[in-house]
Ligand binder design. Sequence first.
Ligand SMILES: NC(=O)c1ccc[n+]([C@@H]2O[C@H](COP(=O)([O-])OP(=O)(O)OC[C@H]3O[C@@H](n4cnc5c(N)ncnc54)[C@H](O)[C@@H]3O)[C@@H](O)[C@H]2O)c1
Ligand SMILES: [Zn+2]
Length: 389
Amino acid sequence: MTTRLSSISNSTAQPIRIPVNLGARSYDIILQNGLLDRLGQQLSALRLGNRAVIITNSIVKRLYARRAVQSLKAHGFAVTVLVVPDGEQAKSMRWLNLILDALVESRCERGTPLIALGGGVVGDIAGFAASVYLRGIHFIQVPTTLVAQVDASIGGKTGINHRLGKNLIGTFYQPRMVLIDPVALMTLPDREYGAGLAEVIKYGVIEDAGFFEFLEAHMPRVLKREPASLGLILRTSCAIKAATVSADEREGDRRRILNFGHTLGHALETVTGYRRYQHGEAVAIGMVAAARLASHLGVADNSVPERIKDLVARAALPSEMPRYPAASLISAMRQDKKVQEQQIHFVLPTAIGKVTIAPVQDSDLREFLKHSLPGRRGRHASHRSARGA
Ligand SMILES: NC(=O)c1ccc[n+]([C@@H]2O[C@H](COP(=O)([O-])OP(=O)(O)OC[C@H]3O[C@@H](n4cnc5c(N)ncnc54)[C@H](O)[C@@H]3O)[C@@H](O)[C@H]2O)c1
Ligand SMILES: [Zn+2]
């Protein structure tokens, strides 16, 4: 997949349709400025009856629920709005139960679509509720964060957290439609926007060298959320995620390339108790570390980690590992639900735009981590240029 830089002049004034091809469960991602005011029109096209339920959170409700409701009402829908609290706490058994109570009490039927209006948290819990209520009702994603627009809303992973770990309870359940309004990102706090940019950079590394070059050339415009750049990063990222999921719905080898930067990223989130880093920030550090590991193992030349580190830094994301004992990071990686047959697998870039998945021995990892942690640099040639966080 290559990104034509000339297409930067096309913004998302006209709707862009990106298909997710999954046989009978296929759906479209639709991207358009102002789409929040056209939810009613989009939903009418699916011919799902005249009722709809919106699940949102307290913050997004204040910003966007009125427009969504107005549009649905204008197209003849009776609308119920259910509000969960802001933050990860909403992805819990307690809130799942409260949502299910409300669906039962208001006698929602099989044909009633459930609309997730919000970030990844709202999408994950609403999708889970939609997948289990009456054994599955229609589900529509209306993502309002960059993380949700380029990642969480596409691919059908739903779920909640367990007290012993994140996302341990959930289902694969595809939405009927993903409706993305880039304008909604204008109200997103910088740190949340940055967290999404880490996933955007990830798509360039794993699949599209031209897109990576675009980001290298235009990061200041991307950071300003300039509409044409925003349109391009959204549609390129969504197209890569859609193609990856279409090729591999349930995380075989192909979909696992999306975990680039996440092996160490998740471990960092675990050892820091999910408090120090946003997910995307941990992934940014994890991507740089995985690229350095690739160079350490001799599968990539040193320019690969250097370019990734520079781009991550220009996106105002952290790139350097904090000081944590290698043993605790490795132990956290071992607990990850994606570890196969006791071997820790890494998605390693072999060049910008190309990755391979390989098992890495604990001894290699320990040696690599020891040399790449702050204060221990300079012992290995490939890490000489690394700077402290
Ligand atoms: N299902 C998947 O495939 C998948 C993929 C990635 C992440 N996730 C999950 O998604 C969650 C993270 O998603 P997130 O980063 O969107 O976090 P989030 O849903 O918590 O949203 C981040 C913050 O932005 C606020 N917000 C949302 N839209 C806004 C807007 N337009 N303007 C201003 N503020 C807005 C939210 O209220 C929240 O405070 C995690 O729970 C993660 O596990 C799921
Ligand atoms: Zn991620």
